[in-house]
Design a protein around this ligand. Structure first.
Ligand SMILES: [Zn+2]
Ligand SMILES: [Zn+2]
Length: 93
């Protein structure tokens, strides 16, 4: 059991509880984490990565050895650096 949702509090995660192996951070998902989120944090945690444990089916692969947790996959979907958001790469203003 990786995470549980506590009403009024949020999501409480217990990391690394499955025989010493990290478990997927998604609520209700108890698969072993195959990846850690590679999202680069900003502000006080600049230089660090999110590092949320994610199983193979919840990880979004954005590059070689680069994976995002579902929360950051959603952030990436709207990120200006995402090639998918650059609809007209040949158009320069
Ligand atoms: Zn999962
Ligand atoms: Zn993340």
């Amino acid at each position: 059991m990786g995470c549980r949702i506590i009403p009024g509090v949020g999501i409480a995660c217990s990391r690394g509880t499955m025989g010493g192996k990290p478990v997927c951070c998604m609520p209700g998902c108890s698969r072993a984490a195959a990846h850690l989120c590679d999202w680069k944090l900003k502000g006080r945690k600049a230089g660090e990565t999110c590092s949320a444990p994610i199983c193979a089916s919840h990880a979004l692969e954005v590059g070689p050895e680069k994976h995002l947790c579902p929360a950051h996959a959603a952030a990436w979907a709207n990120h200006p650096s995402n090639p998918k958001n650059q609809t007209n790469p040949e158009t320069k203003t």
